[in-house]
Ligand binder design. Sequence first.
Ligand code: ZN
Length: 67
Amino acid sequence: MAVEFVRCPACRQKLAVHDYVLEGSLVVCANPKCGTSLRVARRKPLRVELVPEVETYRADYRPESYG
Ligand SMILES: [Zn+2]
């Protein structure tokens, strides 16, 4: 399973993002002290951006988990 690594913009935690995670998908920082919601902004090169708190309450919010 191919993964790419990216740093959490909030806490600099190194995160593994699987290659099946599409642009626009929401993920959650693996750091338990952070837990920031992030969106995959771009795949090549991989980039994530912070998600405004209000967006995490959408009905279709289903974060991917990190290995
Ligand atoms: Zn983080």
